[in-house]
Design a protein around this ligand. Structure first.
Ligand code: GNR
Ligand code: NI
Length: 167
């Protein structure tokens, strides 16, 4: 197991569009496990490969209190959406900031698991929100893209300043 470094906004690498995974092997499964460990340690409820500078379509999620229900989604695709909801979202790549985002409340998706098998999943509420948040990362999209430019630039300035004192 290994902890991975999480990229932070406005790092341009977070804007990379992730490519499809065409081979699910042991190496990928191990990387997914490293992502889960990184997510639990952070702590966070989800992590997209894009956030750890691996630009392939892989996300991990666990929204449970017990943190014993890891979900690994490879090449996730939303098939249907229903309803809308608004949630205060945070992001491990935008530490310390929270903004309200509107997303679909119910989604049906298909994905590939760590054994390389296709499966479908229905998600609602906070789980559905997290899946959509992670899938945005795979497109190079961040929650700050849904707020005003003024707010986004304020967050950018504050994070850059924080990153400078750190390194
Ligand atoms: O840990 C996280 N919390 C969270 C809260 C509300 C909506 C989305 C999220 S995902 C976030 C972890 C993260 O940045 N995943 O990309
Ligand atoms: Ni995020």
């Amino acid at each position: 197991m290994a902890l991975l470094d999480i990229l932070e906004f406005p790092d341009p690498r977070l804007r990379t569009k992730a490519s499809l995974i065409n081979n699910v092997d042991g190496k990928l499964a191990t990387f997914a496990d490293d992502m889960l460990e990184t997510m639990y340690t952070a702590p966070g409820v989800g992590l997209a490969a894009s956030q750890v500078n691996f630009h392939k379509r892989l996300i991990v999620i666990d929204v449970t209190e017990e943190k014993k229900s890891p979900l690994i989604l490879i090449n996730p695709e939303i098939i249907t959406r229903e309803g809308d909801m608004e949630t205060e979202e945070g992001c491990l790549s935008i530490p310390g900031f929270w903004e309200t985002v509107r997303r679909s409340e119910n989604i049906q998706l298909k994905a590939i698991n760590r054994q390389g098998e296709e499966f479908t999943l229905e998600a609602e509420g906070f789980l559905a929100v997290c899946i959509q948040h992670e899938m945005d990362h795979l497109e190079g999209k961040l929650f700050v893209d849904y707020i005003s430019k003024t707010k986004r630039q304020m967050i950018r300035k504050k994070l850059l300043k924080q990153q400078k004192v750190r390194d």
